[in-house]
Write a protein that binds this ligand. Structure first.
Ligand SMILES: *Cc1c(COP(=O)(O)O)cnc(C)c1O
Ligand code: SF4
Length: 442
C-alpha cells in the first residue's frame, strides 16, 4: 500500500496556549492545562493531533485524555500555585525549582524499581538494566528514554522531566552484555524505555545485533516494548530508516530468535487508522509477533466494551493480546485510578465478549514489589468475601500460580491496600520476600 509520509512535529507545554485545535477552551483553561503540563511530562505530535484525536469529542475523547493534561490531574493547591507562577511570567529557573518540588511529592518510583531490581556485575551495579524475574532482563537504552508522545498517566514520567538522579539508563557499550553472558538462566531480553523505537535503526541495532552472536545462544527471545505503533506508526512505513528497521527485525527472526514487539495500546482508536494497520502488517511480514498490553485508566479505557473491541481488532490484525495492567501508584494517580474490583469487573465483562483467541490477555495484574499479582476474581469462601489472587510472575518462581486470598475491599486500588483473608496475619510469600529483599541490600 502506498502511504503518504509525515515528518514528526512535537508539541510541548508552551505550545498549549497557541494550539489552534484548543481554541474552544478559554484562556484560563489553557493556562491550567499548561500548568499541569509544566509538572507532569507533556508532549504530543502531529499524528496524534491530526489523525487520532476526534476534536468534535473533546475533552472526553480518549486520546485527548491520554495525551493532553487536565486541571484535575494535580491537587488544586499545586495547580493554583503553578498557574500563578505562569501568569506572573516567573523566570524559568525559579519555575523549575518550584515544579521539581511538586514532582518529588508524586511518588516518582513506585514498587522499589530502583532499590531492588538493578543487578550487580563484579560487585558494581549495572546501570540501565533491571533483573527482577529469573528469565528476563530489562534494558533501558540511554537514547530511548523518550516517547513519540507522552501518556498523561505514565509511570516512567520522572525520566522525561529531568528528575535526573531518578533516571536509569544504559550506554551502548555498557557492561550489560557481560552481565547477560554471565547469566545463562536469562532467556528473554526486553528493550524498554521510554520507547526504544524513538531511536534510529542504527542505534537499535547496537543493542540487538550483539545478541545474535553465538555467546548469546541462551537468549531465545528479544522483546521490544513500544508505544510507537499507536503514537507514530510512520516509524515502520515511511520514516527514512523504516525499511532498515524492518530488515533488522527480519534478521533477528532469521537467526532463530523469537522477536516480540510488545505494543502498547490504550484504545481501539489507536488501531483504526490506515497507517496504524499498515505498520502492523509490515512488522508481521518480518516474522516478528506483536503482543499487546495496556493499563486500565479512568477517563480513557475504563469500559468493558472498549477492551472487548480492542482485543477483537487486535486478533483480526494478527496481534496477540497479552496483559491488562492495573494503573500504578504514581503521578496523577488520583485522577486516573480505579478500584481493583472495578478493574476486575471490566476484565471479566470484556473477556466474555471475545473468543478464546482474544482471551490470551492476562490480568488485571499489578506489577508490585513481590511480583506480578493478578486479580483472579471475587468469591465468597466459608462465609467470607475475598479477592482470589495469584502471581503471574514472582521474585521467587515457585510463588507463581499458587492461589491466595485477601479480604474483599471495595476501595482498594493496589496490593498494599489488601489484608490477608481467613484471619491470617501475612500473605504466604511475605516472610520469604523480606529475606530476598534483605539479601539484595547486603
Ligand atoms: C512483566 C515483567 C517482565 C516480563 O514478565 P513475563 O511474565 O515474562 O511477561 C520482566 N521483568 C519485569 C520487571 C516485568 O515487570
Ligand atoms: S509510551 Fe509508555 S513510557 Fe512513553 S509516556 Fe506512555 S506510558 Fe510512558
Amino acid at each position: 500500500m502506498n502511504m503518504q509520509s509525515k515528518k514528526i512535529k512535537f508539541y510541548q507545554a508552551k505550545d498549549i496556549k497557541n494550539l489552534e485545535q484548543l481554541s474552544k477552551f478559554s484562556f484560563k483553561e489553557r493556562l491550567q492545562m499548561q500548568a499541569v503540563a509544566s509538572v507532569l511530562p507533556f508532549r504530543t505530535n502531529n499524528y496524534v493531533i491530526e489523525e487520532l484525536i476526534d476534536w468534535n469529542n473533546v475533552p472526553d475523547d480518549p486520546i485527548f485524555r491520554l495525551t493532553f493534561t487536565h486541571p484535575e490531574m494535580l491537587p488544586s493547591q499545586e495547580l493554583n500555585y503553578v498557574y500563578q507562577l505562569l501568569e506572573e511570567n516567573t523566570p524559568q529557573k525559579e519555575l523549575r525549582e518550584a515544579v521539581n518540588q511538586i514532582r518529588r511529592r508524586l511518588n516518582p518510583h513506585p514498587a522499589g524499581q530502583k532499590q531492588y531490581n538493578v543487578p550487580t556485575f563484579n560487585g558494581e551495579p549495572v546501570p540501565g538494566i533491571q533483573h527482577k524475574y529469573r528469565e528476563t532482563v530489562l534494558i533501558f537504552p540511554t537514547a530511548g528514554q523518550t516517547c513519540h508522545a507522552y501518556c498523561t498517566f505514565c509511570f516512567r514520567w520522572p525520566q522525561f522531566v529531568g528528575l535526573d538522579d531518578l533516571t536509569f539508563a544504559t550506554r551502548e557499550s555498557g557492561i550489560f552484555q557481560q552481565y547477560l553472558q554471565q547469566h545463562q538462566e536469562v532467556t528473554d531480553v526486553l528493550l524498554t524505555g521510554g520507547d526504544p523505537m524513538t531511536m534510529k535503526t542504527k542505534q537499535i541495532a547496537l543493542y540487538i545485533e550483539p545478541l545474535l552472536e553465538p555467546e548469546f545462544d541462551h537468549i531465545q527471545t528479544i522483546r521490544i516494548g513500544t508505544k510507537s505503533l499507536a503514537y507514530w506508526p510512520y516509524r515502520y512505513v515511511t520514516d527514512p530508516d523504516a525499511d532498515d528497521l524492518l530488515r533488522l527485525l527480519e534478521k533477528v527472526v532469521q537467526r532463530g530468535k523469537h522477536l516480540a514487539i510488545m505494543g502498547h495500546y490504550e484504545h481501539w482508536k489507536e488501531l483504526d487508522t490506515p497507517i496504524a494497520q499498515e505498520a502492523i502488517r509490515r512488522i508481521r511480514s518480518t516474522g516478528a509477533q506483536i503482543r499487546t498490553q495496556a493499563p486500565v485508566i479512568r477517563h480513557i479505557n475504563d469500559s468493558a466494551e472498549t477492551w472487548a473491541k480492542m482485543w477483537q481488532m487486535q486478533v483480526n490484525l494478527g496481534c496477540i493480546p497479552y496483559y491488562m495492567f492495573v494503573e500504578r501508584q504514581t503521578g496523577a494517580k488520583e485522577y486516573f485510578e480505579i478500584s481493583l474490583v472495578r478493574t476486575w469487573e471490566i476484565y471479566q465483562q470484556a473477556i466474555q465478549q471475545v473468543s478464546g483467541l482474544g482471551r490470551t490477555a492476562r490480568g488485571p495484574v499489578m506489577s508490585a514489589l513481590p511480583g506480578k499479582v493478578a486479580i483472579d476474581g471475587v468469591a465468597e469462601i466459608a462465609g467470607e468475601k475475598v479477592f482470589a489472587l495469584s502471581f503471574l510472575q514472582a521474585r521467587e518462581p515457585d510463588w507463581c500460580k499458587r492461589p491466595f486470598f485477601a479480604q474483599f475491599n471495595a476501595d482498594a486500588t493496589w496490593l498494599s491496600d489488601l489484608q490477608p483473608a481467613f484471619g491470617q496475619d501475612k500473605f504466604f510469600y511475605e516472610s520469604q520476600l523480606e529475606e530476598i529483599l534483605t539479601n539484595k541490600m547486603l
